[in-house]
Write a new protein. Sequence first.
Length: 107
Amino acid sequence: MITGLSRRIWNNRQRKLLEIRRIVGVSMLPLFRPETVVWATGLFRKLRPGDVVIVKHDGLEKIKRVEAVQDGELFVLGDNMTASTDSRSFGWLPLESVKAKVIWPRA
C-alpha cells in the first residue's frame, strides 16, 4: 500500500497518486460498463481531448471523456450521448474540478 504520496498542482491542491472507482450508470457505455473498476491518478501534467477523467460536479464524482480544453476550462462528454449528463447540459468546467485521469482500463 502506498500512502502519503501526493503532488501539488493547479492552485496548490493535493492530488492522490491512485484513485480507484467503480462505474455506476451507463453514461460511459460501451467502453465502461456499470460495475467496471477503474484506476486513475491525480499526478498528470496535461489533459488532452480523448482523456477520461474523474471530475467533481454538483457534489458528485463523474467519469467523462475530455472533448476540449481551453483557457483553464474543459468540456466533457459521456461516451453514451443519449444517457449522459455532461457539459452539454452543465457547461464548461474549471480544470480544478478534475480529481484524476483514468489510467486503467485504457480508454
